[in-house]
Ligand binder design. Structure first.
Ligand code: HEC
Length: 128
């Protein structure tokens, strides 16, 4: 009787360990959230740029949509990679004027924005 009890108990322990003890960790989830720098850039973008630039494809406000800018930027100006082109577009917008648009982008962002804000904007636009 006693022995049978222990056998059952051990059996039960094995069953519990087999079933409950191997709970799978939750699958790793992709993080859609922006890193802190890009998140700051998004705020600056909304404040300073969103009145003229949409982030939806083919939506022109005053300037071109910046959807897909990270892929387009490297092929705009020979010798400028995507980051350099985006930064130059912000600080000296008159250097390269996108075909079909007028040179309407304010040229004072270099004074208006801190270096940190410009870096954050570039980081954010590189996610687009
Ligand atoms: C008053 C409207 C206006 C504001 C505000 C503005 N832009 Fe522009 N932007 C334009 C126009 C118009 C163009 C196209 C002409 C040119 O290339 O300068 C342009 C062009 C650009 C381009 C080049 C796009 C391409 O396809 O090559 C980038 C990048 C850009 N702007 C980023 C910004 C950022 C970042 C801000 C905010 C700091 C901003 N713009 C604020 C009007 C604006």
């Amino acid at each position: 009787m006693q022995r049978r009890f222990w056998c059952l108990l051990i059996l039960l322990a094995i069953v519990v360990a087999a079933c409950g003890g191997t709970a799978e960790p939750p699958p790793p989830t992709a993080t859609p959230t922006l890193d802190p720098q890009a998140a700051m850039g998004k705020q600056v973008f909304t404040r300073e740029c969103g009145s003229c630039h949409s982030l939806s494809p083919d939506t022109v406000i005053v300037g071109p949509s910046l959807a897909g800018i990270s892929r387009r930027a490297a092929s705009r100006v020979p010798g400028q990679d995507a980051r350099v082109y985006i930064m130059t577009s912000i600080l000296r917008p008159g250097d390269y004027v996108v075909e079909g648009y007028d040179d309407l982008m304010p040229a004072n962002f270099g004074k208006k924005l801190t270096g940190e804000e410009v870096d954050a904007l570039v980081a954010f636009l590189m996610t687009q």
